[in-house]
Ligand binder design. Structure first.
Ligand code: 13P
Ligand code: SF4
Length: 368
């Protein structure tokens, strides 16, 4: 089920127009007040790609892996207001107890990459690929996927991965089976497998629209089957952007997220998850210079946090992830006021059946 289908299943409400009239300072005051009143009954996780106006209220900030772990560890909060995108809130719902409610302040905060693999397409792909390769494939899914895809992966013996632990989990998977089906981000799958020493000729791309496997050479040698999905934000960093930095600022280090294309990752100096990028820049020498290939809210925060370093976006025309950006002060306030009034607005509730299998994939990831 993709996000649109799920939106029809879940009770979706749109923000009342009155919030558009409120000045930011008033909204901030109200949010602080509700946060204080609810205390530890409320937990607000915030992904690093959220805007500053939202991140200031986060009880915990992190990348996908850190937020999944934080949700799994928090046993106290009754209300978890997830400042991130839909698949992250679903993951939080599945890893928390049934008495804990998870909300997404704006139900339109989806992820275009997660929507590139729906469960029907995935079941058909699996049928075709297992008919061709037999019982030699283990599925892995990037956490940027719907709960239904995670359940498919869990049911079939696979695990979820994030950009922080992808290398570890791909290495684990290759000890279980000869082949991996990697959903839904072809770039993270390709970059990770390549770093582990698997040549490109051993990788194929599953095209879910044409329902064909795209490859050159001998199919028997294929070990990595990549779903043809991508992040529309990270694909905007190009080889041209890299050439421009090399020509104009050769002293700059280029650091990118592995959701960027293989060519961009290969031409960069360093590549790694959101946490890796933050850590590398934080521990770098004052005066060091960085061109960063990742989401713009995070790059802007890095620029503001490290005035002693020169930091630019690798693509000067980059904009933030638009779905992450849907969570703003007004939606956060609306969500908190609804909770304070005892209403369940935009609650994320994954079915028991889907959760049962999806947590297998998530727990395998968390335990590897
Ligand atoms: P990480 O948080 O795992 O680095 O993923 C980045 C991302 O695109 C989240 O949507
Ligand atoms: Fe999805 Fe890319 Fe936005 Fe992350 S940055 S939420 S992968 S579209």
């Amino acid at each position: 089920m993709n996000l649109l289908d799920e939106l029809h299943e879940e009770a979706v409400s749109l923000i009342p127009p009155v919030y558009a009239e409120l000045p930011s300072e008033e909204m901030e005051k109200k949010i602080w007040k509700i946060k204080k009143e609810l205390g530890s009954r409320l937990f607000i996780p915030g992904h690093h790609y959220q805007k500053d106006e939202v991140i200031q209220f986060a009880d915990c900030t992190g990348d996908s892996l850190q937020l999944a772990q934080a949700a799994a560890e928090n046993k106290e909060a009754e209300h978890i207001v997830f400042c991130g995108v839909h698949f992250m809130a679903e993951t939080a719902d599945m890893l928390t107890e049934s008495r804990q409610n998870v909300y997404l302040p704006d139900m339109r905060a989806g992820c275009s990459m997660a929507d590139m693999a729906d469960i029907q397409q995935t079941e058909r792909a699996w049928e075709q690929l297992t008919a061709q390769f037999g019982d030699t494939i283990i599925p892995l899914t990037y956490v940027n996927s719907t709960a239904a895809i995670k359940a498919f992966v869990g049911r079939n013996g696979g695990a979820a991965v994030t950009s922080s632990n992808a290398a570890k989990i791909v290495a684990w998977a290759l000890k279980q089976k000869k082949r991996i089906l990697f959903l839904p981000d072809q770039h993270l799958g390709r970059n990770t497998a390549f770093d582990l020493g698997i040549p490109l000729k051993n990788m194929a791309v599953w095209n879910p629209v044409k329902e064909t496997l795209e490859y050159e050479g001998n199919p028997e040698e294929l070990t990595i089957l990549l779903w043809k999905g991508h992040c529309s934000v990270h694909e905007k960093f190009t080889e041209k952007n890299i050439a421009h930095i090399r020509n104009t600022k050769p002293e700059m280090k280029i650091i990118v997220h592995p959701e960027c294309t293989h060519e961009v990752v290969q031409l960069s100096d360093m590549a790694g998850s959101t946490k890796y990028i933050i850590d590398q820049i934080s521990k770098a020498e004052p005066g060091s210079k960085w061109a960063v290939g990742t989401e713009m809210n995070l790059v802007s925060r890095l620029i503001a946090t490290h005035p002693d370093k020169e930091i630019v976006s690798l693509n000067p025309y980059m904009c933030p992830c638009l779905t992450m950006n849907r969570i703003d002060l007004a939606h956060l306030l609306w969500s908190l006021e609804s909770i304070a009034e005892g209403k369940e607005i935009n609650r994320i509730k994954v079915s028991v059946e889907v959760t049962r299998h999806a947590v297998l994939a998530l727990n395998r990831m968390l335990s590897i």
